[in-house]
Design a protein around this ligand. Structure first.
Ligand code: FMN
Length: 348
């Protein structure tokens, strides 16, 4: 079954949820163009989540996706936090930041009972998860409204686990992909495969529809994935320069420049491996840093450095998330990108 049949959309294109660089506007534009627009919810407050859902339902009668993280929040670990701040101290000194005044605490909330209650009146047609799936009682409730469940797999084992635990389709997230790796059964970055290798092996191992993600930036790329047996394609990076995205000026500049050709997986911004354009802090303490605390605990100590550098127009301490293939990034509307990816003319 392809994703048009499974999700009730016209085109085999899912706009990847991208926390930090988009809101409901990108999702609405893609859904109205015939793809599946996605709202990243991992960083939204309960009030902002309901507000965004209301606006989406008023603005499109097409299916859309809401996306959540399913990580376990680690217990506070003061010695680990102190070690991390020590690693960052030379940088705090550059900007005159007093590390004693930086608040600690998780920067991202996982899916929860509270979120289920907010979602219920909206019954979103599609709900997708990164870092595994929520606990069975919560997942069952979401499924009871008829929402289709998607989740990212970065290994064959994760795809099999998602099939056994209630997903309706699996997103095969190749290592080229921008942003966080959805890995949840392994922490070992050497297990991560490119899309061209991962997709066929997942298709062989499970019977659910499998969606290709990572490095897809053109209609030819989409066609290649469909030919390999994908049920559809999920594309993130190519949408980042759209006017409907909220990508910052610094991030846009980096995406437009040749530095975007050098990306790497890094844990220095959040504590979990994620792909971004290589910048100063990744080069100097990473890309993998042993003292970074587990996700999402690394976020708070890095935040003031990012803010101070960005104030000076610098992305040296910002997570410049991007996939390996930025060739599809163009400053055109999200509808145009969606139709281009589907190989259709703009008039539809
Ligand atoms: C800026 C950015 C933020 C992302 N944030 C999320 C997110 O919040 N949730 C999620 O499931 N995936 C997230 N991803 C990963 C995408 O779902 C997808 O795997 C990836 O964009 C596909 O590869 P591509 O970027 O090469 O198209 C993000 C990707 C990017 C580039």
């Amino acid at each position: 079954m392809n994703i048009q049949q499974l999700l009730g959309i016209e085109l085999p294109i899912i706009q990847a949820p991208m926390a930090g660089v988009q809101d409901h506007r990108l999702a609405i534009a893609v859904s109205n163009a015939g793809g599946l627009g996605s709202l990243p919810c991992a960083m939204l407050s309960p009030e902002n989540l309901s507000q965004a859902l209301r606006v989406i339902q008023e603005s499109t009668d097409r299916p859309f996706n809401v996306n959540f993280f399913c990580h376990h929040v680690p217990a506070p670990d003061h010695s680990r936090e102190a070690l991390w701040r020590k690693t960052l101290t030379p940088y705090y000194e550059i900007f005159g930041i007093d590390s004693e005044t930086i608040p600690t605490g998780p920067g991202r909330q996982p899916f929860s009972r509270e979120i289920v209650d907010i979602l219920e009146p909206f019954r979103p047609p599609v709900v997708s998860f990164h870092f595994g799936l929520p606990e069975p009682a919560l997942l069952d409730q979401v499924k009871s409204w008829g929402s289709k469940i998607l989740a990212s797999a970065t290994t064959v084992e994760e795809a099999i686990w998602l099939e056994r635990n209630g997903a309706d389709a699996v997103i095969a997230q190749g290592v080229e992909a921008g942003g966080h790796r959805g890995m949840f059964l392994t922490e070992d970055p050497t297990t991560q495969m490119g899309t061209f290798s991962l997709l066929p092996q997942i298709i062989d191992a499970i019977s659910l529809p499998t969606i290709a993600a990572g490095g897809i930036a053109s209609s030819e790329g989409v066609t290649a994935m469909l030919q390999l047996g994908a049920a559809g394609a999920q594309i993130g990076t190519a949408y980042m320069l759209c006017p409907e995205a909220t990508t910052s000026r610094i991030h846009r500049q980096a995406l437009r420049s040749s530095t975007a050709r050098h990306t790497a997986l890094t844990n220095v911004f959040s504590g979990r491996p994620a792909r971004g354009i290589v910048n100063r802090i990744m080069r100097e303490i990473g890309p993998f840093c042993d003292t970074a605390p587990p996700f999402p605990m690394a976020v708070s100590a890095m935040a003031p450095l990012r803010a101070a550098a960005e104030k000076q127009g610098s992305g040296d301490f910002s997570p410049l998330w991007a996939g390996q293939n930025t060739s599809g990034c163009r400053e055109i509307s999200a509808a145009e990108i969606t139709l281009n990816l589907a190989g259709l003319p703009l008039s539809g």
